[in-house]
Design a protein around this ligand. Structure first.
Ligand code: ATP
Length: 344
């Protein structure tokens, strides 16, 4: 089912939410942003745990704001699982179906089907308090999905788990979500997680969606300084004169040809990612967008070498192949291809 948020407002005094969002059937959309930006409030309004002051909310064309939470056919999974600890895995998953008065046989069949889907065959009779965090979150997922909700809301579902398990489980969630084709909104403050699992990401800052885009576009083509800085490693160089005709901008490091210039009159910066910098010879007449400086720090990460390069009074970050023959105190020249440079 598709979900649409149109101008949803919520005023908490110090904090104001103003949200527009759209997810098509079967999509997984991440709500990504720093702590306190309004991600959970957005989910809570959709689920009906929080009221909106104004705006509209449609699930496949049906107006949700006029429907009580239990009739919205939406399931939500939380960071702390919220399972019934003294009940068995079976009874936890069977909770919704029992309330809906499904027959005993259908309940058994469906619980077993979902135990398989979340890879917990053989766990039916265990008390959930005896399970690991990852297993508990699988139970929570099965319990949420068994009644076939029209929309799945996941609020930081993996943040209580360690890094390796988080990666494993996020893949499983994505596979299950694809298999069941359930439209899903996924709240996270982890940019890597959002890039890895989303069809699209809503990047949120201070109650508003700053950019709603595919992971690739958010990484390659941020439209705002905030988006550039929140995801990946960004370099930002203050800009003087801008020439829209030739798509170029002056900086203290020379003139840059760029791919995009943001409209608006406030302070602007050239943006490029550290992994788009190429080390070149400084006498190549064919190349533009070249800057030279001294390597002041290097960090070896295995596949890459992350350099800090002093250029004038600014540090530029360049991530180069790990076998690049450069070291601290070397003079280097970088070339940043025009298609990776943006004025934001
Ligand atoms: P986190 O990642 O830390 O969970 P979040 O992006 O999910 O953050 P929200 O929980 O949506 O953020 O909160 C957004 C802002 O609204 C915060 O400043 C929070 O203190 C405030 N807030 C949330 N609920 C209420 C409420 N019921 N009354 C007053 N303020 C609230």
């Amino acid at each position: 089912m598709s979900i649409t948020l149109n101008d949803i407002h919520r005023d908490f005094g110090d904090f104001k939410l103003h949200m527009n969002l759209q997810a098509e059937k079967g999509e997984l959309i991440s709500l990504l942003g720093p702590s306190g930006c309004g991600k959970s409030t957005t989910l809570r309004i959709i689920a009906g745990f929080e009221e909106a002051d104004s705006g509209s909310l449609f699930l496949e064309g049906k107006d949700l704001l006029s429907i009580s939470p239990e009739k919205r056919e939406i399931a939500m999974v939380f960071q702390d699982y919220a399972l019934f600890p003294h009940m068995t895995v079976f009874d936890n998953i069977a909770y919704g179906p029992k309330i809906r008065k499904w027959s005993k046989e259908k309940i058994r069949e469906e619980v077993n089907r979902f135990l398989k889907i979340v890879h917990l065959e053989g766990f039916a009779d265990r008390k959930t308090e005896m399970l690991s965090g990852g297993e508990q979150q699988r139970v929570a997922l099965a319990r949420a999905l068994i009644t076939e909700p029209k929309l799945l809301l996941l609020d930081e579902p993996l943040s209580a788990l360690d890094a390796r398990l988080r990666k494993k489980l996020r893949r499983e969630i994505r596979n299950i979500q694809r298999e069941l084709e359930i439209t899903t909104l996924y709240v996270t403050h982890d940019q890597e997680e959002a890039l890895a699992i989303s069809d699209k990401i809503a990047l949120i800052d201070n109650g508003e969606c700053i950019q709603f885009d595919t992971p690739q576009n958010l990484y390659r083509k941020p439209q705002h300084i905030f988006a550039a800085g929140f995801i990946g490693n960004a370099n930002l160089i203050p800009v003087g004169n801008i020439d829209l005709k030739s798509m170029s901008a002056e900086t203290e490091m020379g003139k840059f040809s760029v791919d995009y210039i943001r409209e608006g009159s406030d302070e602007k910066f050239i943006f490029f990612r550290s992994d788009k910098c190429l080390i070149v010879r400084d006498d190549n007449p064919e190349l533009s967008n070249m800057i030279s400086g001294t390597v002041v720090d290097e960090e070896y990460t295995g596949s890459r070498k992350d350099l800090e390069i002093q250029v004038g009074n600014q540090i530029i970050r360049a991530s180069v192949p790990e076998d690049s023959p450069v070291a601290v105190n070397d003079m280097v020249t970088l070339h940043i291809p025009e298609q990776h440079c943006r004025v934001l």
